[in-house]
Design a binder for this molecule. Structure first.
Ligand code: CU
Length: 153
């Protein structure tokens, strides 16, 4: 009888493993990878837009390919009005990160990256809609360093 308990526990573990595997195809745990970079020495990204599916885990890698400029990528919870607000908050927050401590309006953000730097961040894609992303280094958003993330249903 003493051997029965470990066998019973193994059966439970196997059933749990099969249940998890069955759920894997239904979207739970699915993920999407996005790669984006600065556009040379321009105040711009190499992508003006990208699309991700709602609810998925997004792994985003941002590379600052500039040899002189500092850049980041900050995805905000809304359009240009929210981006402008976050840009202002970032300037008030100051160096080195130019990022407000209050993340209420921010979905995800990298650190401020020096020339040649890169960072990978993960976040969950929000509700379907469009969300502006920008660089919060002073004057870069005003200079056009922005784009749109579309979240598909
Ligand atoms: Cu920038």
């Amino acid at each position: 009888m003493k051997m029965q308990k470990p066998v019973w526990m193994l059966m439970v573990a196997l059933v749990a493993a099969f249940a998890l595997a069955a759920c894997g195809g239904g979207g739970g745990g699915a993920s999407t990878t996005i790669e984006i970079a600065s556009d040379g020495e321009n105040l711009a990204y190499d992508k003006k837009e990208f699309t991700v599916p709602t609810g998925q885990t997004i792994t985003l890698t941002f590379k600052n390919v500039s040899t002189a400029q500092q850049h980041n990528i900050v995805i905000v919870k809304g359009g240009e009005d929210v981006a402008a607000k976050v840009d202002e908050e970032a300037i008030n927050a100051g160096p080195p990160d130019f990022l407000p401590a209050d993340r209420t309006n921010i979905i995800a953000a990298t650190k401020m990256l020096g020339p040649g730097g890169s960072e990978t961040i993960t976040f969950t894609a929000p509700a379907p809609g469009t969300y502006v992303f920008l660089c919060t280094y002073p004057a870069h958003y005003a200079g056009g360093m922005k784009g749109v993330m579309t979240v598909a249903p």
